[in-house]
Design a protein around this ligand. Structure first.
Ligand SMILES: NC(=O)c1ccc[n+]([C@@H]2O[C@H](COP(=O)([O-])OP(=O)(O)OC[C@H]3O[C@@H](n4cnc5c(N)ncnc54)[C@H](O)[C@@H]3O)[C@@H](O)[C@H]2O)c1
Length: 256
């Protein structure tokens, strides 16, 4: 394993979740120190057990929708690890699964708050740190849901389309200052989040899982590791000219 991220500091939100944990492990394997952020009350035991021995790790508990908490974790990252080279702006929620005529407004606003305002606040407070360094790579987590329409997923799909929009704005602002901002668009990944969505789609969650997998040209769900590999590439200097883009990792689902 090449340690192409040796000496770099990676801040990851939604770190204790399925994709966050596996991505933290891969970035650490490639040499990065990890600053892991998740919601107050997080049980970090599974996350910590996943990291390679000797990983330099700091954890922080913050709600990404609360600006004071976001500012506080960014300050803590700078104080304890000195810099921020990689920002995996990844925390997100799935929200309700309902057709629009039944979709509750409070659920819609909550998804936009976490998935859009949360991403915005992360950018707002991390980008100045990267600007001061003259370098950095941000990877926002969008979704295949940012590219297509999924029935029952009005809040989530709207939020993930918005992540592509804010990625483009941020990249255009950041590129002249030496900073890159991209987003990743995973398809269905074997995870708690997809189990929750599948349960909302059909009382028989296994039937919903199999129908979704069948609609993917690759005929399967992805693995968190397959998202992590793309994030690690975008985090690295190998992606030095990748800026403002969205990158699918979806078994060709969005190509159908
Ligand atoms: N699982 C999939 O199939 C899939 C597909 C495409 C995109 N995504 C996106 O990938 C990202 C990670 O998803 P995952 O599958 O790991 O889900 P997950 O639920 O396992 O992880 C999400 C993490 O975000 C944290 N979080 C939620 N709200 C938060 C808040 N307000 N403040 C701080 N932390 C908060 C949760 O505590 C959780 O640990 C999300 O943005 C999700 O929308 C997931």
């Amino acid at each position: 394993m090449t340690r192409v991220l040796e000496g770099k500091v990676a801040v990851i939100t939604g770190a204790a979740g399925a994709i966050g944990t596996v991505t933290a492990r891969l970035l650490a394997e490639r040499g990065a120190a990890v600053f892991a952020v998740d919601i107050p009350g997080t049980d970090w035991s599974r996350f910590k057990a996943a990291l390679p021995d000797g990983t330099r790790l700091v954890t922080a508990e913050a709600d990404v929708t609360d600006e004071a908490s976001v500012k506080a974790y960014v300050d803590k990252a700078r104080t304890e690890l000195g810099r921020i080279d990689v920002f995996f702006n990844n925390a997100g929620i799935e929200g309700p699964v309902q057709p629009i005529e039944n979709y509750p407004l409070d659920g819609f606003m909550k998804v936009l708050n976490v998935n859009v305002a949360g991403v915005f606040l992360g950018l707002k407070h991390v980008l100045p740190v990267m600007y001061a360094q003259g370098s950095g790579s941000v990877i926002n987590t969008s979704s295949v849901a940012g590219l297509i329409g999924s029935p029952g997923m009005a809040g989530y799909n709207t939020s993930k389309h918005a992540v592509i929009g804010i990625t483009r704005v941020a990249a255009v602002e950041a590129a002249p200052r030496g900073v890159r901002v991209n987003c990743v668009n995973p398809g269905p990944i074997e995870s708690r989040m997809m189990q929750s969505i599948n349960s909302g789609q059909d009382a028989d969650a296994k039937a919903a899982h199999d129908a979704t997998a069948g609609a993917v040209p690759a005929k399967r769900y992805g693995k968190p590791e397959e998202v992590a590999g793309l994030v690690a590439f975008l985090a690295s200097d190998d992606a030095a000219y990748c800026n403002g883009g969205f990158y699918t990792v979806d078994g060709a689902l969005s190509a159908t």
